[in-house]
Design a protein around this ligand. Sequence first.
Ligand SMILES: Cc1cc2nc3c(=O)[nH]c(=O)nc-3n(C[C@H](O)[C@H](O)[C@H](O)COP(=O)(O)O)c2cc1C
Length: 77
Amino acid sequence: MPLAEAIRHRVGIRTAAVGLITEPAQANDIIQSGAADLVMIAREMLREPYWALRAQQELGQEPSWPISYGYAVKRRR
Ligand SMILES: Cc1cc2nc3c(=O)[nH]c(=O)nc-3n(C[C@H](O)[C@H](O)[C@H](O)COP(=O)(O)O)c2cc1C
């Protein structure tokens, strides 16, 4: 993350932060503070595949489910 921030500010190119980013608030702080343009999450997404949905909820966003998930929803008559 410090490297992403330094390169972004000194070189002026877009950067992504990676490495032990596990909490939605932590990821949001990185983006909001301008430290990086993108946050990449690896192992935590393996531990919790629905991390992005949880993050949206925790950060007060409307969860955006993948469209294809809707195909599996039972319809009521
Ligand atoms: C078991 C393991 C294998 C990895 N192998 C590679 C690799 O082959 N090439 C690479 O660029 N990064 C590799 N990485 C680094 C990951 O791409 C990523 O940068 C790292 O897991 C940090 O993100 P995270 O803390 O969200 O998991 C590996 C990480 C782990 C834990």
